[in-house]
Design a protein around this ligand. Structure first.
Ligand SMILES: NC(=O)c1ccc[n+]([C@@H]2O[C@H](COP(=O)([O-])OP(=O)(O)OC[C@H]3O[C@@H](n4cnc5c(N)ncnc54)[C@H](OP(=O)(O)O)[C@@H]3O)[C@@H](O)[C@H]2O)c1
Length: 337
């Protein structure tokens, strides 16, 4: 059987482009004992994948040139040589950018069965999956919101940010988002229920963006869920209240180009702020609780979400590059069947 996959063709020197990816066809090997064959229905595209294209020091190893791009996937077992798994079961795996994966099912956590009676299959890669759990852990473990506080999140219409704001509201706080463009901001306010959303593209300098934040967060900022970095982070940092908490989740503005330095780090001292970088996979003890709460919220309709879905593995690189530039509106997925 033929498997189509996307490999890293070369490491970018600067911006990533289509030339850094290559579509390959490979013959799938016969299964060894303990292995299962998963046919992927959806591939998740996530910003961290851009950092895996570089050889720079990070919390996880880089993808080697010539190897398939890493990524989370959901799909159906089509063949099994493991007695606890059967063909037809729906599972999540780290299958990478490919149509099929041969998974060693004897490895703990390599496969997770999915309940699609209440939560649609694709949502296990978004609001009920890693991005939603990131939102839950960043907010509840690191920001620890108290009712009445103001919490700001950027990339607010995206996979993580959209869930952060809804959890902020559920905690009885004021949710302020930043997103690129009027349509995204309208969605953040009207569909996701944030109290305010700032179109950062309409405020290109510090003074203008700070004035917009002052209007949206009149008593200052108690919690910052940081996804972007750069000018946005500088402005939010400048409006943090004493003893505010910053969950440093991502700095996407610096993934595909050099990251901007923090303009005024002295504020961390003078405002006695707590800043914690975190990686969601390093908090496995919280995944079960977070996933259960998120799945309940999705099943009941309390948690809303949006998806951008590209079709076909051959379109994964373009969809990924588009997501880095903000072309996605909600969780970026690739449908593979
Ligand atoms: N720490 C962890 O364990 C962990 C886990 C998951 C995700 N993350 C991080 O969380 C962040 C969001 O990830 P996601 O999966 O939810 O992606 P996403 O928000 O669905 O998609 C990325 C979004 O980032 C925004 N963006 C890109 N470049 C920007 C820039 N220069 N300035 C402002 N906004 C920019 C774009 O939205 P606009 O159109 O609004 O600009 C784009 O749609 C990323 O930084 C990611 O690395 C961290």
């Amino acid at each position: 059987m033929i498997n189509r996959r996307i490999v890293l063709a070369a490491r970018p020197q600067g911006h990533a482009g289509l030339e850094h990816f290559r579509l390959e066809r490979t013959e799938l090997p016969p299964l060894a004992p303990g292995q299962v064959l998963v046919r992927h229905h959806y591939l998740s595209l996530d910003p961290y994948m851009r950092t895996r294209m570089d050889a720079a020091k990070s919390y996880a190893p880089a993808v080697e040139v010539g190897e398939p791009m890493v990524g989370r996937t959901v799909g159906e077992i089509v063949e099994s040589r493991h007695d606890r798994y059967s063909a037809g079961e729906l599972v999540a795996d780290m299958g990478g950018w490919q149509e099929y994966a041969v998974v060693d099912a004897t490895v703990k956590g390599a496969l997770n069965r999915l309940d699609t009676a209440r939560v649609p299959l694709s949502a296990w890669l978004g609001p009920a999956g890693m991005p939603g759990i990131t939102a839950w852990i960043g907010l509840h473990k690191f920001i620890e919101p108290k009712a009445g506080e103001t919490i700001v999140v950027d990339a607010a219409s995206g996979a993580v940010g959209s869930i952060v704001g809804q959890l902020v509201k559920a905690a009885g706080c004021r949710a302020v988002g930043l997103a690129g463009g009027a349509a995204k901001c309208a969605h953040v306010r009207e569909e996701l229920g944030f109290d305010a959303c700032i179109d950062y593209k309409a405020h290109r300098d510090f003074a203008s963006l700070a004035a917009a934040l002052d209007a949206a967060a009149p008593i200052g900022v108690d919690g910052c869920f940081e996804n972007v970095g750069g000018l946005i982070f500088d402005v939010v940092l400048s409006r943090m209240n004493a003893f505010g908490r910053i969950a440093l989740c991502g700095m996407i503005s610096g993934y595909d180009q050099p990251a901007a330095p923090i303009a005024n780090p002295k504020l961390l001292l003078t405002q006695r702020l707590r800043l914690q970088g975190f990686i969601v996979s390093e908090h496995p003890e919280l995944w079960g609780r977070a996933r259960d709460e998120l799945a309940d919220g999705i099943a009941s309709g309390r948690i809303r979400y949006r998806e951008s879905i590209a079709q076909g593995i051959e379109n994964a690189p373009a969809a990924f590059l588009g997501m880095l530039a903000g072309a996605n509106f909600g969780k970026q997925l690739v449908k593979l069947i």
